[in-house]
Ligand binder design. Structure first.
Ligand SMILES: Nc1ncnc2c1ncn2[C@@H]1O[C@H](COP(=O)(O)OP(=O)(O)O)[C@@H](O)[C@H]1O
Ligand SMILES: [Mg+2]
Length: 361
């Protein structure tokens, strides 16, 4: 998927911004506070229906506006529009037709973000890694969303019974068996996905940085040797005490290990960033291999934490993916020699919310 044209209005300090002919690589440079991250935020809104910086619906809307709108025309002719108003108001459209779920936007425009929060893939809790894993499974397994929603529904009902102290088997058992069925389906999809991802990840990581025996180990959320049905039954008393379901696919995680030890214990910040990049790039490669789709990469402050050789290695891999890339940096010189020269690489200067095309450094 490639964005051809982009129109942004009322996203943070971008009162009006327009890109009429996006390249395959689009580099945005400008001083701090000029609107570079906001530009990536606008593209993210188009692909996910929400911001990556704030959960408050109003935060992304320009102080003087009542709503923000992002419109994108894709190279394949698809058009996407996203409007968000203050409070909960929102409207998503694909080819002029309203769509209700943000998952439909995600499906139309697969997108990966690499920003300062990328470290949380290693340092953060399991939720971040689960979201990473599920992004991939969602895009390659048509049945995933249905099964994932079944899990959420079963957990909601089960936890609500637990919180009300209901231990009646006839009430809990149907939700247990619903949870088990959907969990087994999701577990199989996640395990397969991670197995397929691993070789791409190892290859890309090797191109970016030399690390001792990197590996990804999938944790499904309940003990390997037990069936989930038996675990739920065994844990019922404890679940009742906590009003929560302790084991299950909602606890899945990925152990990221280097030389047998947790990656976050042994890597420097720069190495962590490269590892997170290798994971996200591998997802794009696998997406393309399995579906023929490409995903868009947003890389905020690409030079941060990386020396010139690593920046160049990362840009080389991004350019080799044949995915469209939108990157930001404060200083254009910091990305000199990183991108292929030619009409596919476009440079933009951002200043006080104004975006304008400029010459390469
Ligand atoms: N809701 C908003 N309305 C208007 N301006 C905002 C809003 N939220 C943030 N800003 C301002 O937008 C500017 C651009 O921020 P940002 O995109 O993070 O800059 P950059 O990434 O270029 O450093 C900042 O000066 C910030 O104060
Ligand atoms: Mg920024």
């Amino acid at each position: 998927m490639t964005i051809h044209k982009l129109q942004i209005s009322g996203v943070r300090n971008l009162e009006q911004a327009r890109l009429d002919d996006c390249g395959s690589v689009n580099v945005f440079t400008g001083p701090n506070g000029s609107g570079k991250t906001s530009l990536l935020e606008a593209i993210y809104l188009l692909a996910r229906g929400r911001s990556f910086r704030s959960h408050k619906p109003g935060a992304v809307i320009n102080h003087l506006a009542t709503r923000c709108v992002v419109f994108g025309a894709l190279a394949d002719g698809t058009s996407i529009g996203v409007m968000r108003g203050r409070s909960e108001q929102q409207l998503f459209k694909i080819n002029g037709n309203p769509v209700h779920a943000a998952s439909q936007l995600a499906d139309a425009l697969p997108l990966q973000l690499i920003d300062a929060e990328s470290f949380s893939l290693l340092e953060g809790g399991p939720r971040v890694r689960r979201q990473f894993l599920d992004w991939g499974v969602f895009h390659v397994e048509p049945d995933f969303l249905f099964q994932w929603r079944r899990i959420q529904k079963a957990l909601k009902h089960r936890n609500s019974l637990l919180r009300r102290g209901k231990m009646v088997d006839s009430e809990l058992a149907p939700w247990d068996s619903e949870l088990v069925l959907a969990a087994e389906a999701v577990d199989a999809m996640r395990a397969t996905y991670l197995r397929r991802l691993q070789p791409h990840f190892l290859y890309l990581l090797g191109e970016l940085v030399a690390l001792d025996k990197p590996e990804l180990v999938y944790r499904r959320g309940w003990p390997e040797e037990s069936g989930l049905a038996a675990v739920l039954l065994k844990d019922r008393q404890r679940d009742l005490q906590h009003g929560n379901t302790h084991s299950g696919p909602q606890r899945a995680d990925i152990d990221i290990r280097i030389g047998g030890r947790p990656a976050e214990e042994v890597l420097s910040r720069g190495q962590e960033k490269l590892l997170a990049c290798a994971l996200r790039l591998a997802q794009g490669v696998l997406l393309h291999e399995l579906t023929g789709k490409t995903c868009i990469y947003l890389v905020d402050d690409l030079p941060a934490e990386l020396d010139l050789a690593r920046r160049q290695a990362l840009c080389r891999q991004l350019a080799a993916m044949r995915s469209q890339v939108f990157v930001t940096a404060t200083d254009p010189q910091s990305l000199q020699g990183c991108w292929p020269e030619g009409p596919g690489t476009k440079w933009f200067h951002v200043e006080q919310g104004q975006v304008s095309a400029c010459a390469p450094p």
